[in-house]
Design a protein around this ligand. Sequence first.
Ligand code: PEP
Ligand code: MG
Length: 755
Amino acid sequence: MRGALGGPRVLLRRLREVMAEPVSAQERLDKIVVLIAANMVAEVCSVYVLRVDGTLELYATEGLKREAVHQTVLRQDEGLVGLVASEANPINLSDAQTHPAYAYRPETGEEIYHSFLGVPILRSGNTLGVLVVQNRARRTYSEEEEEALQTTAMVVAEMIASGELLSIAKPGAEPAIRPRLHLGGVPLSEGIALGHVVLHEPRVVVKDVIADDAQKELARLDEAIGTLRSDLDLMLERGEMADGGEHREVLEAYRMFAHDQGWLHRLREAVMTGLTAEAGVERVQSDTRARMLRVTDPYLRERLHDLEDLGNRLMRQLLGHDHAPPREQLPDNAILVARSMGPAALLDYDRRKLRGLVLEEGGPTSHVAIVARALGIAAVGEIANATGLVEAGDPVILDGVVGELHVRPAADVEIAYGERVKIRARRQAQYRALRDRPSQTKDGQPVTLLINAGLMVDLPHIADTGAAGIGLFRTELQFMIATAMPRISEQLSLYRSVLDAAGDRPVTFRTLDIGGDKVLPYMRLAEEENPALGWRAIRLGLDRPGLMRSQIRALLQAAAGRELRVMFPMIAAVSEFDEAKQIVERELTHLRRHRHKLPDRVEVGAMVEVPSLLYQLDEMVERADFLSVGSNDLVQFLYAADRGNRRVADRFDAISAPVLRALRDISDRCVAAGKPVTLCGELASKPLGALALIALGYRALSVTPTALGPVKQMLLELDAGKAGAMLRPMIDRPVNSDSIRNELTAFAESEGIPL
Ligand code: PEP
Ligand code: MG
């Protein structure tokens, strides 16, 4: 290193001695800046520490005026130091004073220094502070010097992270090592959970940062990379991955990175500055993480994630042990924090101890979110850098109602949430008390309340909610959470368990509704421009009858000696229904011929969720044994607004004249023809939506299990006749700006109906 005395390795060795000395925190920091300045032949070396209030405080300096220590405090967007911190990137300037961000603080006396090299003090991708060297001369710091200062910053990061500086911090302005955080994301599964963090993939904590023997560390690194590469080759060669799909793609990306010269060079360089092999990997990982936070392009982010995963694998290789969390030994009230997670991984955890789930990625329609809801665990998604901001064991509050996370919350926040949890528990107790009350409106109209389900974990909800049955069993969920296509025997066994759990209550199975946003990891479908309008659901079922036939066979066999209710998703033309029904008949004939026991009765229905069916209602009502309205898709298609796209999903109100008119027409036709009709979309799961539906004439609703209590509480207080007399004329009047939702809410309030 040009200009450096003894090079970075000597510096690291000296720093290690200083770290071990029995001196005060301030003395240690003072010694560190002196050492760095001397080693780098810099006139100034300063340490700025990021505080909980988001400002940067000068903690130690060699070269600037000593009176400025603990006095100079910069905002995070102030000056070059602020820029280094906020961008988490080094700044290297031969004439700092000409930089637009330069901000001069008279108390420091820094106006005489021209060159400036500042690097972020990073730990797990989080900025803890800034380390700066300055010189009077307009000199350019070399790349090696920049690299060396970054390595040195790792040692300072360890010191800050150890909490040692807390002893010299002003109360309320402590270093932001474990600050209170209030992070926003998107709600994935309703509920509030108070608990402690469990990292799904625990970070490896590097304890030995400074190497004794650099050559030895390089050899360790090379060996670990060699093993990593051959492991990846082996995994890729293994037959189980050979069919293509997500897993293979990820492994291919890993292999590409494992041979990437740039990455290998950075790792080796970091180790050559005097770090242990694992600290070198951590150094490069820190940079990757910091870059990841800045990149918004989804493709690039994905690649950086791959690179990070690969780094984690390398780290495990070096430390020689597997860091998979002991899933059986979860602490009570565990809040799982992960970057992303598959549904099967979530099901591996002990449900009784799991309270919540926090994801850096994952929207409400992700499969893991579906499973979290089925398990009744509160969950939030899209919390940026969640895994970097929390530590295992941290107390956290997860608010799955609004989609927020409080990390290491203040006592008053904890008390407030504790109260909310109690209120929610009380409300749950009230709902439970309603469980056995007949489900009928105040004016004596019976309303059948069913639940939506799709997994084994949903089955206990039939009993806890007192539901009349399962109005929608989404069979695709079993397929979505599996790593390979479920065999017919597995399907049969699930369907049998569902029917057993339901006893004499009806279950309506919906045939596979895949495609669109419902992707199977092991089944590659061609990319489509508009997947929601593409080759999905019944379209795929009819074109690939093998899959549909085996599912129907499994359903018929599972229901031997009982009633089978089966319905088809996304029917857009009556001919599709006819074709699908023929498959059922053919399978029945087949089973009969092979002397299988048959169901006592088979009822075949259609989902009404494509607007074209609104104009084929007479034909549909004639053919189907029952109809079930899928309001999620129906509303998405009526308004042409993607239900999974947050920008547009809430743009149009489902409680509005166009939708309610369509729903009224469906109900009226069914009532006139004496055909049973249910509504199983989310609209029925909101008390106000359910109120509107009952007012329009619906007498069977299938809802999310947690919604059954609130919907029942609402309908017990509802006069259905009065509500109908109010709503029907309202939806027929010319559409204007008056909101039907507001008028309905006002009606409920005036009637004392709980919403
Ligand atoms: C619907 O579309 O309303 C429905 C119930 O089906 P899914 O949400 O599974 O598409
Ligand atoms: Mg649907």
